[in-house]
Write a protein that binds this ligand. Structure first.
Ligand SMILES: N[C@@H](CCC(=O)N[C@@H](CS)C(=O)NCC(=O)O)C(=O)O
Length: 200
């Protein structure tokens, strides 16, 4: 979501969830209790990254982060779905398992979903710099942060080299991080993860 905000040059203030992510205070604001959550006019909460990205695209169409034609849009939407449901969600769930990862009954399910997501992403990625072709799209807004998180969470579950099993994903990640909006978001995400590594 932040990649889209920076790519579109929007002035949207980014704040941590009031009271903390799991707090009652945040749940009274956003009943889903998840981040990201965009506050619309009138303090109306809009959670869910895909809904937020679509809203930003509709409200601030320049520069466009969706191709003009239906097939291109479908491809971007598919990559977004893979990024959210098959990569980010398993990573969040695996990170939540923490040290007891492999002994938890859900571990194999989430890891299988993640592997399937990474394998299918290899098939659907274009080899042109960005996920869906030569321009940054909503797909990159979802996929770049997900692939940034991948080695961190993979390290936590004893698979630090997981990404290197997917050379085309590594090439994509190297290439997408050259975009200034992507670089800015990954720079913002880095301290949280290096802090965690130091604490571990
Ligand atoms: N499908 C949601 C998932 C977001 C999500 O899982 N966010 C995590 C943090 S990265 C979260 O809010 N976890 C708290 C919880 O699930 O209670 C989206 O794409 O926005």
């Amino acid at each position: 979501m932040r990649v889209a905000i920076y790519a579109k040059g929007l002035e949207i203030e980014i704040e941590p969830p009031p009271g903390g992510l799991l707090s009652a205070k945040f749940h009274t604001i956003n009943p889903l209790g998840t981040i990201p959550c965009l506050m619309l006019e009138g303090e109306v909460p809009l959670p869910e990254s895909a809904a937020i990205l679509e809203y930003l695209e509709d409200k601030f169409p320049d520069p466009p982060l969706r191709p003009a034609h239906a097939e291109g849009r479908a491809h971007v939407r598919l990559l977004q779905r893979i990024g959210e449901l098959q990569i980010t969600t398993p990573l969040v769930e695996l990170a939540r398992l923490d040290g007891r990862a492999t002994s938890d009954p859900t571990f194999a399910t989430w890891l299988t979903r993640l592997i399937r997501g990474l394998s299918s992403l290899q098939i659907y990625l274009k080899e042109e710099g960005f996920a869906a072709g030569p321009q940054l799209t909503l797909a990159d807004c979802q996929l770049a942060p997900a692939l940034f998180l991948l080695p961190k969470v993979a390290g936590q579950i004893g698979k630090p080299n997981l990404l290197s099993a997917y050379p085309s994903l590594m090439r994509y990640f190297d290439s997408v991080t050259k975009h200034t909006a992507v670089q800015k978001v990954l720079d913002e995400m880095t301290p949280a993860w290096s802090g965690q590594a130091k604490a571990a």
